[in-house]
Write a protein that binds this ligand. Structure first.
Ligand SMILES: Nc1ncnc2c1ncn2[C@@H]1O[C@H](COP(=O)(O)OP(=O)(O)OP(=O)(O)O)[C@@H](O)[C@H]1O
Length: 198
């Protein structure tokens, strides 16, 4: 279970996060909503450990974190499938059948020889979503997940979220506006560095 306790973050004199506390239960879907620049990506970077901050981010031993933050980075000259294989292999969790099925579900052809450098923004986002869940991660962070994704892809994403809920995966989605058709167990607003219940 993810527990964020008393997290504070400044960049120089600029206060970005002020005493953030958040616990996300298994299977819970939480929305963090806030304007551009309010600190959503910063909070996600702190949770994943990319950024250091004051306070604590606690995970249980069995927890496995997946994340898609900002523009997901890939090996540009490799195909989509090769990239997913590379990322999953870093943790020895590559399940090719699962990855192929996820790609097909999101209308990405796993046998396409096209390199990721030729991918559209929406295609890259889809690959980013897949890498965040393909290793059965049980806590998943999505930062503006539907940016650039077509209507059909958004529908696929919503179905995937329902599946994650059934599997008791905790999901935190950060966006600056609502995603049509998506409901949450809890909505929190990040404003002036504070996270408030909506
Ligand atoms: N490495 C950094 N150094 C200094 N300032 C930073 C750094 N990263 C982010 N910031 C600043 O911190 C604030 C929060 O940025 P962050 O990317 O977390 O916002 P966001 O809520 O994710 O925005 P968006 O909705 O546009 O993605 C912004 O004012 C940004 O300029």
């Amino acid at each position: 279970m993810l527990r964020i306790e008393n997290v504070n973050k400044n960049f120089g004199k600029k206060v970005i996060l002020k005493d953030i506390n958040l616990t996300v239960k298994p299977g819970e879907r939480v929305h963090i909503v806030g304007k551009n620049g309010c600190g959503k990506s910063t909070l996600f970077k702190i949770i994943t450990g990319i950024l250091k901050a004051q306070g604590q981010v606690k995970l249980d031993e069995e927890d496995y974190l997946g994340a898609m933050i900002e523009n997901p980075g890939f090996l540009e000259y490799e195909t989509g499938l090769e990239n997913l294989k590379f990322l999953a292999n870093l943790n020895h969790h590559y399940d090719e059948a699962k990855v192929r099925n996820l790609m097909k579900e999101f209308s990405l052809d796993p046998d396409e020889s096209q390199a990721v450098s030729k991918y559209s923004i929406g295609m890259r986002q889809k690959l980013g979503i897949i890498q965040a869940i393909m290793e059965n991660q049980n806590i998943v962070l999505f930062d503006e997940p539907t940016r650039g994704i077509d209507k059909e892809g958004v529908t696929t994403f919503l179905k995937m979220l329902d599946r994650l809920k059934e599997q008791k995966v905790s999901v935190i989605i950060a966006t600056h506006e609502d995603i049509a058709g998506l409901t949450y167990d809890r909505v929190l607003k990040l404003e002036n560095g504070a996270l408030e219940n909506v």
